[in-house]
Ligand binder design. Structure first.
Ligand SMILES: Cc1cc2nc3c(=O)[nH]c(=O)nc-3n(C[C@H](O)[C@H](O)[C@H](O)COP(=O)(O)OP(=O)(O)OC[C@H]3O[C@@H](n4cnc5c(N)ncnc54)[C@H](O)[C@@H]3O)c2cc1C
Length: 276
């Protein structure tokens, strides 16, 4: 199937895009970024926006800014840029690595970091890394600019705290301190499929470990019990770790026993990867 008839707008600047969105959002008009999630949903008529505002020509949204302290990505930075940029691979190797698990090359070439985060698929890699990084999201509408913390952004399955007339403009992550170890692991039926369960961790030297699980609940979630075990320096045995993951996941709403077991295994592998 193909999408229904719609109005199409192609702004060339952010102000214009914000204005156009404000005019169409009330009737269900939407933004389109890489189209890699939205177009399939439109083809299946799962969504029928009467208008699309294409962000593809908005140059302000494609910039990458890196300092010693922060990495700042415009929302239209593609996943392919995240995986291939030497600067990002150096400053945020976990982010670049996680990007290689997003779909296939063609999808990474068009799909954007902002689109993935705004789409908020609970199995997607970028939202999980943003939560792990405590990223801040700058969003704009005609009436205001505000910043949303990643922890407050993902509200449930394909649901975020973005208002309908807001554009996600920029994602900012603190650069992990030198010597930070990291691990990432996910299980999917085939490489390029969405994760059925995944885990990512950051172990900063002398800092508090951070651990995120994804693919199992309705959104990515911090695994705080696992973080406590790691903070205590404990080299937990498999059983203790599985119990901690299971408790964190149950609190996040996961009840499927297979998912719980998969999460435990992904967690163990991510932690092992970080420590090796
Ligand atoms: C075969 C296939 C396999 C895939 N596998 C994976 C995978 O393994 N892992 C994974 O993470 N993803 C996967 N994807 C999805 C892919 O990563 C998408 O590119 C991504 O989820 C959405 O990014 P996009 O730029 O294409 O956004 P779009 O599809 O254009 O938009 C998605 C949603 O976000 C909104 N949106 C987009 N940009 C903004 C913005 N700046 N501000 C506010 N709202 C915005 C749109 O209105 C829309 O509702 C796959 C896709 C396909 C087709």
């Amino acid at each position: 199937m193909k999408p229904g008839m719609l109005e199409y707008y192609a702004p060339t600047g952010l102000d214009e895009a914000v204005t156009l969105l404000s005019q169409v959002a009330e009737d269900g008009g939407k933004l389109i970024a890489g189209g890699q999630s939205l177009i399939p949903m439109m083809n299946f008529r799962l969504v029928r926006p009467p208008a699309l505002v294409d962000l593809g020509a908005v140059a302000e949204l494609t910039t990458v800014e890196l300092t010693d302290a922060q990495l700042s990505l415009g929302a239209m930075v593609t996943t392919a840029t995240v995986t291939s940029s030497p600067e990002i691979r150096h400053s945020w190797p976990l982010l670049a690595h996680a990007g290689t698990w997003v779909g296939h090359e063609q999808i990474r070439n068009r799909g954007t970091v902002g689109g993935s985060v705004a789409h908020a698929d609970p199995s997607a890699e970028m939202p999980a890394v943003m939560l792990l990084a405590d990223a801040r999201f700058e969003v704009r509408s005609t009436s205001a600019t505000r910043t949303i913390e990643a922890a407050d952004f993902f509200c449930g399955y394909l649901t975020t705290s973005l208002d309908e007339d807001e554009i996600l403009v920029r994602l900012t992550l603190d650069v992990p301190p030198a010597g930070t170890r990291w691990g990432f692991c996910e299980f999917a039926q085939r490489h390029g499929d969405f994760a059925e369960a995944g885990a990512a961790c950051l172990l900063p030297p002398g800092g508090h470990p951070r651990v995120v699980a994804f693919g199992a609940a309705d959104r990515p979630f911090r695994a705080s019990r696992v973080e406590s075990i790691l903070a205590d320096g404990g080299d937990a045995d498999d059983r203790t770790l599985h119990e901690a993951v299971a408790a964190d996941a149950t609190q996040a709403g996961v009840s499927d026993r297979t998912k719980l077991r998969m999460l435990g295994t992904m967690m163990r592998r991510a932690i092992t990867m970080a420590r090796d």
